[in-house]
Design a binder for this molecule. Structure first.
Ligand SMILES: Nc1ncnc2c1ncn2[C@@H]1O[C@H](COP(=O)(O)OP(=O)(O)OP(=O)(O)O)[C@@H](O)[C@H]1O
Ligand SMILES: [Mg+2]
Length: 338
């Protein structure tokens, strides 16, 4: 478990102090894929770099598995860092080393492995990321996606329990991004590694994260499970981020002053249609679907429908209550002038 407790981080610069983090608290359970999203300069990299003490907080504590890592002496810190792998947007591979030697580097530093173990471990890691045939190549001979796979293999070399990813897919095209995200998910599920992932792309959060924190100007403005955050964003910045991937605008042609419109939010696509027509019939209400989208959020489906309800007021209310009892969240779209 990672616990960031009331951390403030100030950088002293020639132009004065910059407060990159202001009283940030966050806890990340073991086994999670935890996303941190925010615009440029929000403090994401500073925050994630606290976890392996690449940055030291000005105030506050950073606890990893119950140990305050800000207090660790150099030698113990080096040891603890073997437990925390990290990958970067620009891959940060050693250009003059082969793929195999890049992966060997942290293994040699750890001094835990014999020569035979080193070679076996490199092969095993390359196999895992699907690049055994590139063993003797140099980074310059690889595509961006392949470089990141090698970065991942290197980060996993010392069998860490935590993997930090700082914009690991931001330099990649969408298809390669998907491949890397699938690999990260496998690492999380098969190797049971906790992943903390920074991104400015909500698409990434939506695809693999379990929980997410939204940052702005050095603060966490909202934090929640991915499904809850997408279906019920509260802070304006969160709403903007969510909106960037879920187009839930009301179409211009839908005049909400003349039609009684509701937004239905649900997560069991299959139950919706029969339930709608059944309950509509029961209360003599017509439900017209004006707009709809179904989105996959991590492992769950998220349906978002704009529905017009036509019928006597009282009947409509009864029908909505019953729909709500079927697990459909209903929000009235304002504007209707009855
Ligand atoms: N070493 C440093 N010295 C001075 N200021 C810094 C330093 N590192 C970060 N900052 C400042 O702290 C703030 C947060 O920076 P940080 O790199 O954490 O943001 P970020 O959310 O990762 O942004 P990006 O999406 O652009 O990577 C910025 O104002 C930045 O200029
Ligand atoms: Mg950054």
């Amino acid at each position: 478990m990672i616990e960031i407790e009331d951390v403030t981080k100030r950088f002293e610069t020639k132009k004065g102090a910059v407060e990159a983090l202001s009283n940030v608290s966050l806890s990340i359970e073991k086994g999670q894929i935890y996303g941190i999203v925010g615009y440029s300069g929000a403090g994401k990299s500073t925050l994630i770099r606290l976890i392996n003490k690449l940055e030291k907080p000005t105030a506050g504590r950073v606890m990893v598995d119950g140990e305050d890592i800000t207090k660790l002496k150099a030698q113990l810190l080096r040891k603890r860092r073997q437990n925390i792998g990290m990958i970067f947007q620009q891959f940060n591979l050693f250009k003059a080393k082969t793929v195999a030697d890049n992966i060997k580097y942290p293994l040699k530093l750890s001094k835990k492995y014999s020569k035979e173990q080193l070679d076996a471990r490199v092969d095993e890691l390359l196999q895992f990321v699907g690049l055994l045939d590139k063993k003797h190549d140099y980074p310059a001979q690889l595509s961006g996606g392949q470089k990141q796979r090698i970065g991942i293999a290197r980060a996993l070399a010392t069998e860490p329990e935590i993997l930090l990813c700082d914009e690991a897919t931001s330099a990649l095209d969408p298809e390669t991004t998907d491949e890397i995200l699938r690999l990260l998910k496998r690492i999380n599920r098969e190797l049971n590694i906790t992943i903390v992932l920074i991104t400015h792309e909500m698409e990434v959060v939506k695809t693999i994260c379990d929980e997410v924190a939204v940052m702005e100007k050095g603060r966490i403005v909202e934090q929640n499970k991915v499904f809850e955050l997408f279906t019920n964003p509260k802070h304006p910045t969160t709403k903007r981020f969510v909106h960037s991937v879920l187009n839930d605008d009301i179409p211009i042609e839908v005049d909400t002053t003349k039609r009684r419109v509701y937004r239905f939010i649900f997560n069991h696509q299959q139950i919706l249609e029969p339930v709608l027509s059944q309950i509509g019939r029961k209360y003599d209400v017509d439900f017209n679907i004006l707009y709809g989208s179904i989105t996959e959020l991590t492992d769950r489906l998220f349906g978002n429908l704009l529905i017009e309800a036509v019928g006597p007021d009282y009947q409509v209310q009864l029908a909505l209550i019953e729909l709500n009892q079927h697990g459909i969240e209903i929000k009235e779209v304002e504007g209707f002038e009855s």
